[in-house]
Design a protein around this ligand. Structure first.
Ligand SMILES: [Zn+2]
Length: 393
C-alpha cells in the first residue's frame, strides 16, 4: 500500500540518517523489513538524492563484500534561526542533524520591531545561504525559534502571539522571514516559526517514554516530550512556562501580568536575589552569565537564591507532574548550566512531590533551540524523502 511504502521510506531514512554508514542487511534487521524490500526502498532514496551508495567495502571476513549506504553528503540542509534578547544566531545542519556552519550576530533585539529584527538577521541568513550554495546543497527550509507563545491557526500558519523577553506581540514573523528570503533570492524556501522550548527539547535527543523538558535561556520554558518529539499542543502554543502566574498580586512582570513564575525563578529574579547587578548577557555570546559564575564559585548568597528559585519552579511543576506523570524531568538550557546548586534542591523537592520522575540534566549548550530549529527544517525530508525530492526544483 502507498501509505506503507511512505512509512517504510521514512523509517529507513531515519535509520540511515541516525548514524554511521550501514549495510542493507543491517537496515533490514533494524527495521524488521525484508532485505528485498529494503533494497528497493533504498534504491528510491538514492534516486531522490537523499541517500548515497558508498559502494562495497572490502570484506573483513568470509562472504561477499557488503555495500553500505549513508545520508547523502551533498543532500539537502536545514537552516535554523534564533532571535534572543541580544543576538540573532543561525546554523546549517546536514541530514544527520550535525551543524555544518554557524553564524552569530550581536544585536539588541529586545524592544525592536520584528521587521527590524528580521532585517538585522539579513547578514546572518545571507552567510548561511552562501555556505549552503558553495557546497552545492539545497536548503530544505528555514525554521525560526523564538522563546514565546507561537500560535498556529487551523491551516497551521504560525504567528508570534507574544514573546515577552523580546517585547513582541501578534507578529507575523513568518511573512517577514519569507520576504527576507525572497530578497536573498531564496524564493520558495519554506519558513516555519516555533517556540524555543520545543526545539531545545528536540535537540536533547530524549529517547523513549514521556519526559517533561524544562529549560530556556532568557525565558523559562517547558514542554512534554513523547517518543523524542516535543508536544506542541492544539494551537502549537505550548512551552512558555515562565509567564504562568504563581502568586496572586505578586511582583509585576514586564509581560503585563503579575506574579509570573519568571519573576521568582527566572534569570533576572535569581540575579536580583543574589545582588548580581552586572548586565546579564546571553550564554551564546559569553558562555556563562554572571550569576552562574558566582554560583559556581560557591557564593553563599547565590546558592541560597538558586535554592529559592528551585523551590518556586518545583511549586509550578507540581501540576504538570501530577497530570502528565513523566518518567523523566530533563533540565535544559540555562537551568542545566546552573548545575547541582540548582538541580539538587529541585531534585529533592520533586522526589517529595512526584518520586516516579527522575531528574536529569540536559546535555546541549546554549544553542540547543537553534540546533533543534535547524533540524526541524529537515522534518519534511525525513518524513517524506521521495515526495520532498519530487516537489523540489
Ligand atoms: Zn510575565
Amino acid at each position: 500500500m502507498a501509505t506503507d511504502r511512505k512509512r517504510n521510506l521514512a523509517r529507513l531514512m531515519r535509520l540511515i540518517c541516525a548514524g554511521e554508514p550501514v549495510t542493507r542487511v543491517e537496515l533490514a534487521r533494524r527495521s524488521g523489513l525484508s532485505t528485498v524490500a529494503v533494497t528497493n526502498l533504498v534504491t528510491e532514496l538514492i534516486g531522490a538524492g537523499v541517500v548515497a551508495d558508498l559502494g562495497a567495502v572490502p570484506a573483513s571476513g568470509p562472504g561477499r563484500p557488503a555495500g553500505r549506504v549513508a545520508a547523502a553528503p551533498e543532500g539537502p540542509v536545514g537552516i535554523g534561526l534564533c532571535f534572543d534578547v541580544d543576538y540573532v544566531a543561525g546554523c546549517v545542519v546536514d541530514l544527520r542533524g550535525r551543524p555544518r556552519h554557524r553564524e552569530l550576530r550581536r544585536v539588541n533585539i529586545t524592544g525592536t520591531e520584528p521587521a527590524d529584527a528580521v532585517r538585522a538577521a539579513r547578514p546572518v541568513l545571507r552567510r548561511l545561504f552562501e555556505q549552503a550554495v558553495t557546497t552545492d546543497r539545497l536548503v530544505a527550509g528555514v525554521t525560526v525559534a523564538v522563546e514565546g507563545v507561537i500560535e498556529h491557526d487551523r491551516d497551521g500558519y504560525p504567528t508570534v502571539h507574544r514573546a515577552p523577553s523580546l517585547g513582541w506581540r501578534d507578529a507575523d514573523l513568518r511573512a517577514l522571514v519569507e520576504r527576507e528570503l525572497a530578497a536573498l533570492g531564496a524564493h520558495g524556501v519554506p519558513a516555519e516559526i516555533g517556540g524555543g522550548a520545543g526545539y531545545a527539547a528536540a535537540a536533547e535527543d530524549i529517547e523513549g517514554g514521556t519526559a517533561l523538558y524544562v529549560g530556556g535561556e532568557a525565558e523559562l520554558g517547558a514542554v512534554l516530550v513523547t517518543a523524542g518529539a516535543a508536544h506542541r499542543g492544539a494551537a502549537g502554543a505550548a512551552g512558555l512556562l515562565g509567564h504562568v502566574p504563581v502568586r496572586q498580586r505578586g511582583r509585576p512582570c514586564p509581560c503585563g501580568l503579575r506574579g509570573c513564575l519568571d519573576r521568582y525563578a527566572g534569570r533576572r529574579a535569581m540575579a536580583e536575589a543574589a545582588g548580581v547587578d552586572e548586565a546579564a548577557v546571553s550564554r551564546l555570546l559569553t558562555g556563562e552569565d554572571p550569576f552562574a559564575r558566582r554560583l559556581h564559585a560557591g557564593d553563599g548568597v547565590a546558592t541560597a537564591a538558586a535554592g529559592t528559585a528551585a523551590h518556586r519552579l518545583a511549586d509550578a511543576l507540581a501540576g504538570p507532574l501530577a497530570v502528565l506523570d513523566p518518567a523523566t524531568v530533563v533540565l535544559g538550557g540555562r537551568l542545566a548550566a546552573l548545575g547541582e546548586p540548582f538541580a539538587g534542591p529541585l531534585r529533592r523537592r520533586l522526589a517529595d512531590q512526584h518520586p516516579w520522575a527522575l531528574l536529569r540534566l540536559g546535555q546541549r549548550g546554549p544553542d540547543a533551540a537553534l540546533l533543534g530549529a535547524a533540524r526541524g527544517a529537515l522534518a519534511e525530508v525525513l518524513t517524506d524523502p521521495v515526495g520532498w525530492a519530487d516537489r523540489s526544483p
